[in-house]
Design a protein around this ligand. Structure first.
Ligand code: SF4
Length: 158
């Protein structure tokens, strides 16, 4: 390997590592899943040890954690929040409501969007109603692996 490409790949890896371990997040804070995100951020589960720090202003955040049902009325505001975040930016959808509409799915409600990915791109889906804080941590680790290119989905099939 030429020394130039060695430095480029090493700097690239360091940047990915730094990005994956300093995910400052903002959250929609809707629904009962928001309590589980708060729980995961508390001192028992402590998301901050993964470098995942809450931010009030979306302009300071590079991770959007979506919780709860998204109504069609709220959808443009969610898109505006996402658009105001600096790139590169990532999204985790937490719970059945954010993933697919959950109990408010179109079969049951005319006003619910059937999943956050109908509005903005989603990187990781955390299943459950509600998911436990461990599941949210698992989703965060999956996102870190995705950013680093070391995730379970990045292994070649045998
Ligand atoms: S997925 Fe379940 S726990 Fe989460 S916001 Fe929807 S109804 Fe509440």
């Amino acid at each position: 390997m030429k020394s130039g490409s060695f430095y480029v790949s090493t700097v690239g890896r360091v940047l990915k590592w730094a990005r994956a371990n300093s995910l400052w997040y903002t959250s929609t804070g809707a629904g009962c899943c928001a309590d589980e995100v708060l729980n995961a951020s508390g001192n028992r589960y402590d998301l901050e040890r993964f470098g995942c720090v809450p931010q009030v202003d979306a302009k300071q955040a590079d991770l959007l954690i979506i919780t709860g049902m998204i109504s069609y009325k709220a959808a443009p505001h969610l898109k505006a929040v996402y658009d105001s975040m600096p790139s590169p930016k990532y999204v985790i959808a937490v719970g059945a409501c954010a993933n697919c509409g959950g109990m408010f799915a179109p079969e049951f409600s005319y006003s619910a969007v059937p999943g956050a990915d109908r509005i903005i791109p989603v990187d990781v889906y955390v299943p459950g109603c509600p998911p436990r804080p461990e599941s949210i941590m698992n989703g965060l680790i999956a996102l870190q692996e995705k950013i680093n290119g070391t995730g379970r989905n990045h292994h070649k099939a045998q």
